[in-house]
Design a protein around this ligand. Structure first.
Ligand SMILES: [Zn+2]
Length: 93
């Protein structure tokens, strides 16, 4: 039996996905994806693979949320206060 996290790892090995796509593929709420991602990153830390994050990006001023410790969606851009933020995407390499 494969666990949800194993399924997530397998999906992210295949392609780069955002939290909405992961929630649809795994049939779980988007919120739950954000709960699993930090655990997944820790699990991978002890292996040769790595969770690669393309950070959230402000669509107005290109502010990049690099190094953000939280995984859930930011409400607004801290620089221009715009709320149109491109989703972060994840892949495993
Ligand atoms: Zn901005």
């Amino acid at each position: 039996m494969t666990t949800l996290r194993q399924q997530m790892i397998e999906l992210l090995r295949e392609e780069e996905l955002d939290a909405i796509e992961l929630s649809q593929l795994l049939s779980i709420p988007e919120k739950e994806v954000y709960d699993h991602l930090p655990h997944l990153a820790r699990t991978l830390a002890s292996s040769r693979e790595k969770l690669i994050i393309s950070p959230y990006l402000c669509l107005l001023c290109d502010y990049s949320f690099t190094g953000r410790s939280r995984f859930d969606r930011p409400g607004r851009c801290p620089r221009c206060k715009n709320s149109h933020i491109r989703m972060a995407t994840y892949t495993i390499r």
